[in-house]
Design a protein around this ligand. Structure first.
Ligand code: UDP
Length: 236
């Protein structure tokens, strides 16, 4: 049995024999509303591991450095070990979720340009929205690191919009996490999946993401399967 390094809401991270390599296990567990809503989504771990692997490979081929090394089916992937920066980066193309509530923008409204937000990754504080000064004042990351992170996030948005467009999906918004390697490089980390991206069918605008779970819409498992099916079809 491998040593468990960390267990989060949706993933378990294990040490491997190699110090620079971790094994990430994707769980079927789902939480929402700051952990207030809990459940399981059958087959989610499988779908998210596979969708993430496809997205990371696509980004790597386009020159984005990621922590992804290799898929270990059915539900695991090998990743480069990083120290996760405690800043979640959200990119938004269409208003939904918290920006709609916070700023009174009706869900589904196209934003005039991709809007980048930062949240402090801190469960005790409930992941508050923060700005660049907050990040520096709290010492969460250096100015240089944040410049690199923000530039990567904007590039990733352009690439992922294209990636999902090939699947007939609109990339409404998504959350990214970045990490620092032992030699100081910044890599895209975490996952890219219907847990962390809002994805709408490009024709019908039907939701194919975790909002189906958050909002008790039904068809949750089917939505994750459908995203995987389309990603695999686009990959050929
Ligand atoms: N998101 C996430 N983890 C979080 C918070 C948000 O993956 O802890 C994703 C979410 O799925 C959506 C985007 O980030 O794709 C923006 O989320 P938002 O701020 O609208 O918050 P939510 O409505 O999810 O509470």
């Amino acid at each position: 049995m491998m040593d468990r390094l960390y267990e989060g809401k949706a993933k378990i991270v294990y040490l491997t024999g190699e110090p620079e390599v971790l094994l990430v296990h994707f769980k079927d567990d789902a939480t929402a509303f700051d952990g207030a809503k809990r459940g399981t989504i059958g087959g989610k771990g499988y779908c998210n591991a596979h969708i993430s692997a496809h997205a990371f490979c696509y980004l790597e081929r386009a020159g984005v450095p990621t922590h992804f090394r290799e898929l270990r089916p059915p539900t695991d992937m090998l990743c480069t070990r990083v120290r996760i920066l405690p800043v979640e980066v959200v990119m938004r193309n269409i208003a939904a979720g918290s920006i709609s509530k916070r700023l009174g923008i009706e869900e589904g409204t196209d934003l005039p340009f991709p809007v980048l937000e930062h949240f402090y990754k801190n469960d005790d504080l409930h992941d508050p929205l923060i700005n660049t000064d907050h990040i520096r004042a709290l010492g969460l990351a250096s100015e240089e690191q944040m410049d690199a992170v923000n530039a990567m996030a904007r590039k990733i948005n352009g690439l992922l919009r294209g990636f999902f467009a090939q699947c007939g999906l609109l990339l409404v918004d998504f959350k990214l996490e970045f990490g620092v390697t032992s030699d100081g490089r910044i890599l895209l980390a975490d996952e890219i999946s219907p847990d962390t991206c809002r994805l709408w069918d490009a024709e019908t605008r039907a939701k194919l993401d975790k909002d189906r779970f958050r909002r008790d819409m039904g068809g949750v498992e089917e939505a994750y399967q459908e995203v995987l099916r389309r990603v695999e079809k686009a990959a050929g």
